[in-house]
Design a protein. Sequence first.
Length: 255
Amino acid sequence: MTGRRRWACHSLAVTGASHRRQDQPGADAAATVSFRSGIVLMVADGAGSSPLGAEASRLAIESLRRAVSQSGDQRDRSGGHPQVVTSAEDVFYAGVADFLRRGVGVGEELKTTLAMVFVNPPWLVHVGIGDAFVVAADRKRQTHLIVTPRAVGSPRNETEFVTAKAKPRVGVFYDPGWRGVILSTDGLEPFLDEKTLRQGNSTVSVPWRPAEQVFNNLMTDLRNGSSPEALGVTLSGSAFQSRKGDDIGIAVAVR
């Protein structure tokens, strides 16, 4: 990837405590793809209520990675705002089409969300269907929530999955000084705005660190050479799992 500072990218999917207790596989998936002019971060969250949730997220990521690879050197020619957005949208739609085509005959059990971020400094382009969010750090290492997990006004317990009729959300963000980007499934959502953990009918206070510190720490650890495996241990620990116990799919680019 071009630029005075080389970017490093990492991805991993962590099985949540709720699935581990039931001896079930995690249903999230994540991946990154690097090329000369940018990075594509991608995550998918398979429906936990579906027996094919894990297969759905894996297939969605595989399809999107295939679409990125098949887009050829068009990625390296993208420059200004319109070209970057068009390139990102075209790749995402191609990935969705491939996923739907490969899922023919499986029925409605193949349920998953899908989201990507095209990191092409100074541009970030987010395209996604369903819950996912993006946190980015600027040149001062200040962390910003630039894509929220759901559209304003949508029910908190309603998730949109990839279908032929689903319309992706698209967001474009400009900053010449991007230093880090996190794309995550909703497994990390409780660290955005919830300072309490619900248990039954009671509300229990839990240790709380500001969201900026949480996400900045994740990016700093990777920037300083921490391995994705070490990050996986952190995300599997009680500090993260006590809030929701959900699977976590995360893709990160830092420099």
